[in-house]
Design a protein. Structure first.
Length: 324
């Protein structure tokens, strides 16, 4: 029978009673039922009891340790959840916009999950830039983009993707409205369009950005950023062309590839000059000196980072060249 506190106490009392007996009485108690006197049995019983007690204490300690570990894991999980919060996404969106309006941008289409479009480079570049500048995200930015924190990065990446989707839609719409083809929206000269598009505290108008925006507007007309439809009453309506940015990327990729080719670079430069001239003829003059060296400057840190980032991406048509 396992020893416990009560039967050990009974055993102790019996032993004390036994020890009070005379030697003769003790010998008389030793019959065939006993193999040893109580004075021998008691220490052995105490050893067994203490062993069982230690085993119970050890198991209790293990149970307590497991319970503490479960609680600690829950606390750490709650702490992780608290830290995986984006308090203000303003700076994240501004970084994405800087990548989008950069002359280094290799493309803009979203693509599909199995075959992402060129904007995946803008997405990854934005995450890489934010990882180097976590303070832009806030006090917990370092935790959000800590290596291995997939949940945290996923939250930041979601903001980046949402902003890219928004830029695809708003840029396409503003480009087409600037052509004057939509009722109620007058045509805009290129500089006015640039100001309307950029609307960014750190992005100024530069020659390179005007070239890229002019190219966008040319594509919005040639590749139909919006498609018109007429109902039975002859009322015209416009629907956004979901394939527009794919068409832009195909033409942009070819232009950048030709610009990389020294033998064809002059053709690209000539094309740009003619494109800018035709845009001015169609949509009006504006006050911006394309030959002023100060207007040539204005590359942001994001521009320079994207240039380097694209060099490391073999699928980028801008790799290894100064974009146009």
């Amino acid at each position: 029978k396992p020893l416990n506190r009560s039967n050990v106490q009974a055993l102790t009392r019996a032993a004390e009673c036994y020890e009070r007996k005379t030697p003769t009485e003790q010998l008389d108690d030793m019959d065939e039922r006993f193999c040893a006197p109580f004075s021998f049995i008691l220490p052995i019983g105490m050893v067994l009891y203490n062993g069982q007690l230690l085993e119970e204490l050890s198991q209790h300690a293990k149970d307590q340790k497991l319970a503490i570990a479960i609680v600690d894991k829950g606390v750490r999980g709650l702490k992780q959840t608290e830290l995986n919060v984006i308090v203000d996404d303003t700076n994240i969106k501004q970084v994405v916009a800087a990548m989008w309006f950069s002359s280094q941008a290799p493309g803009y289409a979203c693509g599909i999950l199995e075959e992402p479009g060129a904007s995946k480079i803008l997405e990854d570049a934005s995450i890489a830039w934010l990882s180097k500048n976590t303070a832009l995200i806030g006090a917990n930015g370092n935790h959000l983009l800590k290596r291995g924190n997939h949940a945290g990065e996923g939250m930041v990446r979601k903001v980046v993707k949402t902003k890219l989707d928004s830029l695809r839609n708003t840029t396409r719409e503003k480009l087409f409205k600037s052509t004057g083809l939509m009722d109620g929206y007058p045509a805009l000269d290129l500089l006015s369009l640039a100001y309307k598009l950029l609307n960014h505290p750190h992005l100024g108008v530069t020659v390179k950005r005007l070239h890229r925006i002019c190219f966008w507007r040319r594509m919005s007309l040639a590749k139909h950023a919006f498609i018109s439809e007429e109902d039975a009453n002859g009322v015209k309506s416009w629907t956004a062309n979901p394939d527009f940015w794919n068409s832009v990327d195909v033409n942009l990729s070819k232009m950048l590839k030709d610009y990389n080719n020294i033998a064809k670079r002059h053709e690209v430069v000539t094309f740009q000059q003619e494109m800018m001239s035709k845009d001015t003829d169609k949509f009006g003059q504006y006050d911006f000196d394309m030959d002023d060296l100060s207007n040539e400057q204005g590359d942001t840190p994001e521009d320079r980072f994207l240039y380097t980032f694209c060099q490391d991406r073999s699928n980028s048509p801008t790799a290894g060249t100064d974009a146009i």
